[in-house]
Structures are given as C-alpha cells and as structure tokens.
Design a protein around this ligand. Structure first.
Ligand SMILES: NC(=O)c1ccc[n+]([C@@H]2O[C@H](COP(=O)([O-])OP(=O)(O)OC[C@H]3O[C@@H](n4cnc5c(N)ncnc54)[C@H](OP(=O)(O)O)[C@@H]3O)[C@@H](O)[C@H]2O)c1
Length: 285
C-alpha cells in the first residue's frame, strides 16, 4: 500500500524538510513554499491548467475510482494536474487509473482503517488539491439498526476524512485547498439514510472546524442532492423522477455538474469554510 505514485513527486523526509514549507510556520510569504507554489493571483494559482508543463499541481482524490471522485479526477487531470486516485484495492485502483489515462495513478487506501492511513499515504509529496469523496453507502434505519455498517461509515467519513487531512498536513502549503463531499441527506433524510444523514451533517460542521484550524488553507464542502448518473441512483427511475419533480430547475445534478463545482471550490481563493448545496433549489420548493 502507498507505493504507486507515478508522476507525482515523492519526497523523502529529508527532501521534504528542505523543500516544502510547513503550513505550521505560517503563510507569511517568501520561504521555500513560494518557490514551489504558484503565486497568488496568477492564472496557475487559480488552478486553470496551462497545459504547457509550467505549473503542475498535485491532486489527491480519495474515493476516485468511481462516480463523483472519478469525474473530479478526470477533470483535474485534463487540465494538467498530477492526479492520484484512491480505492480500497491496489490492483483495481491502478487499473482504473490506467483506464482514465492522462498520467493518473492509483493508491490503495481504506478509510474504515484510519490507523493505516498514514502508512498508505507515506509515498506522496506536496499536496495542492485534496478531494475527499469516499463513501460506502449504508442503508440503515433506527428500527433495524446495523451497528457494524453504521460504525464503518461513521469511521470512514468522520474519522477517516480527518485522518487523511491530519496525515497530509505537513505536505500542504498555505495555498492548498481541500474539498469534502457531504450530501443533501443532511437536510432531507430518506428511508434508510440514518447514518448517511448523520455523517453528512458531521461533514458540515467538520468543514468549519477544519477551516478555522488550518487557516490559511481553505476547506469547503459540496452537498449535492441525488446525482442522477451515479451507480447509487441511475437504475432507480422512479426515485429520480420524484427527486426531479422536487427541484425548481426540473433537473438533477450530474457527476459533471459536481466535478465543475468541486473545481470552483478548489480554485476560488475567496471561498472558505463554506458548505455549498447543489440541488437545483430543492430546499426552496
Ligand atoms: N451519488 C450521489 O447521488 C451523491 C449525492 C450526494 C452526495 N454524494 C457524496 O459524494 C461522494 C461520492 O459519492 P459517489 O456516489 O460518487 O460514490 P461511489 O460511486 O460509490 O464511489 C465511492 C468511492 O469511495 C471508495 N470507497 C468505498 N469504500 C471505501 C473505504 N472504506 N475507504 C476508502 N475509500 C472507499 C470507492 O473505492 P473502491 O470501491 O474502489 O474501493 C469509490 O472510489 C460521497 O461522499 C457521497 O456521500 C453522492
């Protein structure tokens, strides 16, 4: 675990110490980090890939083998970032990375085992963009409560996401940005969503706490409603029709919509500590 890094620079502990400014030392300009990171305000700093090799940011997409995470990985790789995706199985993840192409590489990581996260990520160098999108959906209810499944999802999204940030913090710079995926189950529970609703509510609070603790690193979250072309929902036309009818726009978000919103949150230097709903105005109807 933690070995397949491909084009992303892997720093030894010694190289790390000499090349990358720890965020703990403050954002006060100059220093080693300014040689490594794009200057604020340049096109590259806004994450608009130049495609000429001038700036290649490093992006880690946790839960990048499928659905939203995969769409974000493709979008970031297309604009020229060095992208590493994670999934639970090393071989499968490497295969999906090869399938995506664009220099994307894979890494095995299981967030239900947070004590193993540090070892899994040991091979990575500087992190400019971090997207936390992993989930293993838990159909659960209070009346038929499956404690093992609930523990797994709570560990993954609340402890696991936090442990990834904790582990990578020394490899972040003041310009690093982080996006977490929550979801509208926090506002609109559905039958079987007790754990999903709970953890997505936790993500909402976590984002604010992370933004305060990690400043000037920016931390935001995206909370889509039903994303119509994901494996979770695409085969459920009745659910999709009902959800669509509940929106003001008459359409549901797609993975492409979510990927574009993620890039906006990663890039825009003025947005921080925000939980962005992406649900076509459903909450207003
Ligand atoms: N789909 C929606 O409609 C929707 C709506 C609102 C919010 N969201 C949120 O958006 C995010 C992505 O959802 P999605 O539907 O696109 O997910 P998905 O297609 O089910 O993909 C889940 C990803 O998480 C990884 N994963 C699963 N278990 C893991 C574990 N124990 N440790 C680490 N990684 C694990 C999977 O990798 P492997 O299977 O390869 O291991 C995969 O890459 C989630 O946070 C979800 O809550 C989704």
């Amino acid at each position: 675990m933690g070995a397949a890094v491909g084009g992303w620079p892997v720093l030894s502990a010694m190289a790390w110490g000499s090349r990358v400014q720890s965020v703990g030392r403050g954002a006060g300009g100059g220093g080693a980090a300014s040689r490594l990171c794009p200057k604020s305000g340049t096109v590259a700093a806004l994450g608009i890939g130049l495609g000429n090799g001038t700036t290649r940011m490093n992006a880690l997409i946790v839960g990048g083998t499928a659905g939203i995470g995969r769409a974000v990985a493709v979008a970031l790789a297309r604009r020229g970032e060095n992208v590493v995706i994670t999934g639970r199985n090393a071989e499968r993840t490497a295969g999906i990375a090869r399938e995506i192409g664009l220099g994307v590489t894979g890494l095995a990581l299981d967030l239900t085992r947070p004590l193993e996260v540090a070892a899994a990520l040991a091979g990575l160098g500087q992190v400019d963009h971090l997207v936390l999108a992993a989930i293993e959906r838990d159909q659960n209810s209070v009346r038929n409560y499956d404690v093992a499944r609930a523990l797994s999802l709570v560990t993954m999204k609340l402890v696991g996401y936090t442990e990834v940030v904790h582990t990578l913090l020394p490899r972040m710079t003041p310009a690093t940005s982080i996006v977490l995926l929550g979801g509208q189950a926090k506002n609109r529970p559905y039958p079987g969503s007790i754990t999903v609703s709970t953890v997505n509510g936790g993500v909402e609070s976590m984002v604010r706490a992370l933004a305060v603790e990690l400043a000037p690193i920016r931390v935001t979250a995206l909370h889509p409603g039903i994303v119509s072309d994901t494996d979770s929902w695409s085969g459920k036309p009745q659910v999709l029709d009902a959800a669509r009818a509940g929106t003001l726009t008459g359409r549901l978000a797609t993975t492409d919509d979510v990927a574009r919103a993620t890039l906006f949150l990663l890039d825009n230097p003025a947005i921080n500590g925000v939980n962005l709903d992406l649900e076509g105005g459903r909450l207003l109807k």
